[in-house]
Design a protein around this ligand. Structure first.
Ligand SMILES: Nc1ncnc2c1ncn2[C@@H]1O[C@H](COP(=O)(O)OP(=O)(O)OP(=O)(O)O)[C@@H](O)[C@H]1O
Ligand SMILES: [Mg+2]
Length: 257
């Protein structure tokens, strides 16, 4: 497999709300090609369409017009149930307000994507537990979400996002509700997930976090204003299974933090 696989291709994506006098556009003729292993940060003023873009990529929302190819499959026109299946398999979501289910213990929150993916109960718990230990949360498996700090809740949410091993992680202001220390911990977790060869698209209002990105896109009024790659496609991290024969050329860090 090539290291420069295209995972997402959006062409002419438009999202329109309302008609006539009330017509407005959250996305306007939006084009975007994402290679596997990119870590894209999306910035831009409130209302410019960042969340709409993530929800469209994450198959939570449908565009009014345009084409969307995900891993070579045209997904714009497919049924909602097929969209849900693809979403469960390929996409992990992280939200600003964590979105944990308050009356489920941590381990069951993390296991949720595996329930949708049809794993046995034993396999769910085993996989959820091993994912939580990666985030040093194994002692809190049976805590309820409200018994955790914001930073811990977001790490649980990240564990939930990656538990089924999706290759695309979408994060909408994941550090927006966190203090700077917890933000740093969360960003280091995302960095580690990225270095394993996963593709991450993250919305942020915090320019200092762009040091983690391989590409920074600024949006304005539903369109791309600026788009800057700081790491070339050849130097993006490769999935672990492809590294056995290929020595990593990328040095540990040219980036800060
Ligand atoms: N259900 C809806 N009905 C009508 N307009 C909507 C709807 N959802 C979003 N919009 C509009 O689409 C535009 C883009 O919204 P979006 O939530 O994508 O912005 P954003 O860039 O994520 O903003 P923020 O930084 O505040 O989160 C906004 O002008 C918003 O008012
Ligand atoms: Mg938003």
């Amino acid at each position: 497999m090539s290291s420069n696989t295209t995972v997402i291709e959006l062409k002419g994506i438009t999202k329109r709300y309302g008609y006539g006098d009330t017509e407005s556009f959250a996305l306007k003729d939006f084009d975007l090609t994402v290679k596997r292993g990119e870590f894209i940060m999306i910035m831009g003023p409130s209302g410019c369409g960042k969340t709409t873009l993530l929800n469209t990529i994450g198959l939570l929302d449908r565009a009014t017009e345009g084409s969307y190819i995900l891993n070579g499959e045209d997904v714009a026109g497919i049924s909602s149930s097929r969209q849900s299946k693809l979403r469960a398999k390929k996409i992990g979501f992280i939200f600003q307000d964590f979105n944990l289910i308050s009356d489920l213990p941590v381990i069951d929150n993390v296991a949720l994507p595996l329930v949708y993916a049809g794993y046995s109960k034993t396999a769910q718990l085993k996989q959820a537990s091993s994912t939580l230990s990666r985030f040093h949360l194994q002692e809190r498996e049976y805590y309820m979400p409200h018994q955790l700090s914001g930073g811990q809740q977001q790490r649980v949410a990240i564990a939930r996002a990656i538990v089924s091993d999706p290759e695309i992680i979408l994060a909408d202001e994941p550090t927006g509700n966190l203090d700077s220390r917890s933000s740093h911990v969360v960003m280091e977790e995302l960095k580690a997930i990225h270095e394993e060869g996963n593709t991450i698209i993250m919305v942020t209002h915090n320019p200092s976090l762009t040091t983690y990105a391989t590409r920074v896109i600024n949006m304005l009024d539903g369109q791309i204003d600026t788009d800057v790659k700081t790491v070339s496609d050849q130097n993006l991290p490769k999935p672990v299974e492809e590294r056995t024969t290929v020595r990593r050329t990328r040095k540990k860090s040219g980036r800060k933090k």
